[in-house]
Design a protein around this ligand. Structure first.
Ligand code: NAP
Length: 248
C-alpha cells in the first residue's frame, strides 16, 4: 500500500544518512520529493535520478537551511516547481561535539544555527502555503539526546531539546488550521554522522540498547512516513522515540 500518493514533501539534508533514507522511503510510497543538501552536489544529483526511478517527480536544491533568506527562496522555488508542499521534514543537522570547557562560541553557534534556527527558518517559510491549503504535516528531527542530555554534546542536545519545544508550540498555534507538527527522536542510528565514532564506543552502545542493535535510516524513515501520511491525521505535538528502547 502506498501511503503518500499525491503528496509533495520537502526534506532538508537528504544527500546522505537519515534524510536520504526518508527521501527513498517517501518515493517508494508515491510522494513527489523536493530535497536539499549543503555541499554534496554530486550525491544530490545521483539521488534525484534514484528517486525518479520510482516514477515520481524529484528535485534537489543546494540550500543552507541555517540561512533565513535562503529558506524563503527555497520554499518559493519548490512551490513554483511542484505547485504545493504537503509535508516538511526538517532533517538537516550537524554535530560539533566537545566538552563545555573546550567549546568555542563558534561551535555553539554553528550547531544552533544548523539544527534549531533551520527549523524556524523552514517552518516559517512553509507556513504561508500550508495555511492557504489548510493542511500540512511538519516533522522535525530531534534526538533522544535532546530529552536526556549527553556529556560532550551540550550544544547539540540544547538544539535538539529546542526543537521539541518549538514543535509543540507550532502544534498549538496551527492545529486549528489542520497543520500538524511532530518530532522524531532517533536514538543511535548508524550513518556517516556516527561512523566517525570509536568502534569500541559503538559496540558498547549497541549492547546497551534493549533491541541490541543500532537503528537504520529505514527505521527512522518508517516513522516519518507514518507522520507524513493520513494514518496520523489525529496526531500532533508529539515526539516519537525511534531508539530501540534506549530511553525506556
Ligand atoms: P548526516 O549523515 O551527517 O547527514 C546530514 C545531512 O544534512 C546531509 O545531507 C547534509 O548535507 C545536510 N546538512 C547539514 N547541514 C546543512 C545545512 N545547513 N543546510 C542544508 N543541509 C544541511 O546526518 P544523519 O546522521 O543522517 O542525521 C540526520 C538528522 O538526524 C540530523 O538532524 C541529526 O541530528 C539527527 N539524528 C541523527 C542521529 C544518528 O544517530 N545518526 C540520532 C539522532 C538524531 P551535505 O551532505 O551537503 O553536507
Amino acid at each position: 500500500m502506498k501511503l503518500l500518493e499525491g503528496k509533495t514533501a520537502l526534506i532538508t539534508g537528504a544527500s546522505r544518512g537519515i534524510g536520504r533514507g526518508i527521501a527513498m522511503k517517501f518515493a517508494e510510497h508515491g510522494a513527489n520529493i523536493a530535497f536539499t543538501y549543503l555541499s554534496s552536489i554530486e550525491k544530490g544529483l545521483a539521488l534525484e535520478k534514484e528517486l525518479e526511478a520510482f516514477g515520481i517527480k524529484a528535485k534537489g536544491y543546494q540550500s543552507d537551511a541555517a540561512d533565513f533568506k535562503a529558506a524563503e527562496e527555497l520554499v518559493n522555488a519548490v512551490i513554483s516547481d511542484f505547485g504545493t508542499v504537503d509535508v516538511l521534514v526538517n532533517n538537516a543537522g550537524i554535530t560539533r561535539d566537545t566538552l563545555l570547557m573546550r567549546m568555542s562560541e563558534q561551535q555553539w553557534d554553528e550547531v544552533m544555527n544548523a539544527n534549531l534556527k533551520s527549523v524556524f527558518n523552514l517552518t516559517k517559510a512553509i507556513t504561508k502555503p500550508m495555511l492557504k491549503q489548510r493542511k500540512g504535516s511538519i516533522i522535525n528531527m530531534s534526538s533522544v539526546v535532546g530529552i536526556k542530555g549527553n556529556a560532550g554534546q551540550s550544544n547539540y542536545a540544547a538544539s535538539k531539546a529546542g526543537i521539541i519545544g518549538f514543535t509543540k508550540s507550532i502544534a498549538l498555534e496551527l492545529g486549528s488550521r489542520n497543520i500538524r507538527s511532530n518530532a522524531i527522536a532517533p536514538g543511535f542510528i548508524e550513518t556517516e554522522m556516527t561512523a566517525a565514532l570509536d568502534p569500541k564506543v559503538v559496540e558498547g552502545w549497541r549492547e546497551s540498547i534493549p533491541l541490541k542493535r543500532g537503528g537504520t535510516a529505514d527505521d527512522v524513515a518508517n516513522a516519518t512516513v507514518f507522520l507524513a501520511s493520513d494514518m496520523s491525521t489525529y496526531i500532533t505535538g508529539q515526539v516519537i522515540n525511534v531508539c530501540g528502547g534506549m530511553l525506556t
